[in-house]
Write a protein that binds this ligand. Structure first.
Ligand code: ADP
Length: 483
């Protein structure tokens, strides 16, 4: 079975969030099951030189975008047994950030066409093209309306995975007509039109043979008005072709026993060594080194999605519990400033690092006692799984993947691996933090919790099998999805 992953970011080359973790770890697991998976992504200027210098050019062709004929180079490298292809066009991808440019519609229209052309250019005709998030949303649509007529394309099935429904790739209609040359008959409310604009995510939702999202709970949530981001109607319509497959984490990469950047490596049977990591985190964040004070961590994009309004709403009450809070994140300036202000106001209790730092993230997972993630919505969330693997106990809101991965602690039978609350309410969160802290000094409870968390299996094995079964099922169907 041959599968092509089309995705806009992928660990270890380039990452802005969990999408890159998934694209970097799932293919390896599918390979173990015997599937020939290859991955294609843009060759961003931000990809580190150590990888760029390893890439070999295998093809050059031009991609037609309306009247423009744009250069497209394909470069390749092998990493961890997986073949990666990079779409090279410096004008589009040599920028100082991945997204947020005035011409994102054109950049990703180019990428989508480049991927579809790549199939014939390289002569790698996959059984399934697996597209991820809006950046690849036009691929299933163009495949079904245009490319299927070409030799070799007719049998290709498409899977589209929603990693985050909030980001949809909404652009003026000109992107559809002038650039992608899509027939205007499709520009209607039932198909590609979205409140006068066009929407790459919507294109995928109507055209893909199958849609997945990254947790069972989120699959149900996105079919409701509250979580549906104005696409819940389509998702309800396609509920038979929609499934929720929980993400995993890369157990080789996130391994407290092996990761080289920690003050001390540790495992379930050597939990006492964790304290060295804790003291290091306190030191690095400029907080008093004291192993008795509980350290609560947040490693996150600083956006409203992550429930930062709740944290802001009861910040002084949180500080009154006496805990230390360490925050590693970047994002909305208002939240960056808020945390800077709070670390100035509470220098002994609140440590903040505004930035993106992979190594520091590992250290914080390994050195914190609690991991706070009160998200408003959370498609899957990887951070809480990484935290658990490192023995940091999650405190989460029961939404999306958080609901599917964190089982609330039950002090009577010792079951559970974290703490959770249901309503998006600051005082419910505060109460849950206080409840978690009440067990912190009961060493027996706490060790049991840490053990439960660390022993929960969040590897990819199970989910990779589900994806493989899905591909097999799609290939066996005689017809593609018709819309
Ligand atoms: P999302 O994809 O919504 O950002 P996830 O929890 O799925 O959230 O994944 C976030 C990933 O990004 C995790 O691997 C987390 O450790 C990492 N991460 C987030 N912010 C930072 C940061 N400032 N520095 C280092 N890693 C970060």
């Amino acid at each position: 079975m041959k599968v092509l992953f089309a995705v806009s970011e992928c660990v270890p080359f380039i990452k802005s969030g969990g999408l890159a973790d998934v694209a970097g770890s799932l293919p390896k697991e599918l390979k173990k099951l015997g599937t020939d998976v290859r991955v294609i992504l843009p060759k961003y200027g931000l990809i580190p030189e150590e990888f760029r210098s390893e890439m070999k050019k295998v093809k050059e062709y031009n991609v037609q975008l309306g009247w423009r004929s744009q250069y497209c180079g394909i470069e390749t490298l092998e990493y961890d047994g997986v073949t990666f292809y990079f779409v090279d066009n410096e004008y589009y991808f040599k920028r100082d950030s991945l997204y947020g440019h005035y011409d994102d519609g054109e950049r990703f229209a180019f990428f989508n066409r480049a991927v579809l052309e790549f199939i014939a250019e390289i002569e790698f005709y996959p059984d399934v093209i697996h597209c991820h998030d809006w950046h690849t949303g036009m691929i299933p649509f163009l495949l079904r309306t245009e490319y299927y007529k070409r030799p070799g394309y007719g049998l290709i099935r498409s899977v589209f995975t929603i990693h985050n429904l909030q980001f949809q790739g909404v652009f003026p209609p000109v992107v559809l007509g002038d650039l992608l040359q899509v027939d205007s008959q499709y520009f209607n409310e039932e198909q590609l039109e979205f409140f006068g604009n066009t929407n790459f995510m919507k294109a995928a939702l109507i055209a893909a043979d199958h849609i997945t999202t990254v947790s069972p709970t989120y699959k149900d949530e996105i079919q409701t008005d509250f979580y549906g981001e104005k696409l819940d109607g389509i998702l309800r319509k396609r509920h038979e072709d929609l499934s929720g497959i929980l993400n995993g984490i890369d157990h080789d990469l996130y391994d407290p026993e092996k990761y080289a950047g920690l003050a001390a490596n540790f495992g379930v049977s050597t939990l006492e060594r964790r304290v060295e990591n804790k003291l290091q985190v306190q030191r690095e964040f400029g907080l008093p080194e004291n192993e008795d004070i509980p350290v609560v961590a947040m490693i996150t994009r600083l956006t409203k999605q992550k429930g930062l309004d709740l944290v802001r709403g009861v910040f002084h009450e949180i500080m009154a519990t006496g805990l230390q809070l360490v925050v590693l994140g970047t994002g909305d300036p208002e939240f960056e400033q808020f945390f800077r202000d709070m670390s100035a106001q509470y220098p002994e209790q609140c440590g903040v690092y505004i930035g993106f730092d992979e190594n520091l993230a590992h250290q914080v997972y390994a050195g914190s006692d609690l991991f706070l993630m009160p998200s408003k919505f959370e498609p899957c969330g990887l951070s809480q799984m990484i935290a658990m693997r490192y023995g940091s106990i999650p405190v989460v809101r029961e939404t999306g993947g958080l609901n599917d991965t964190v089982q609330p602690y039950n002090e009577f039978n010792g079951e559970g691996n974290g703490f959770s609350f249901a309503n998006f309410n600051a005082h419910d969160m505060l109460f849950t933090i206080q409840r978690a802290l009440s067990f912190y000094h009961k060493r027996e409870n706490w060790l049991k919790l840490a053990k439960n968390a660390m022993e929960t299996d969040y590897s990819w094995a199970q989910s990779a099998k589900q994806y493989n079964e899905l591909y097999t099922d799609l290939i066996s169907r005689s017809e593609s999805h018709v819309f």
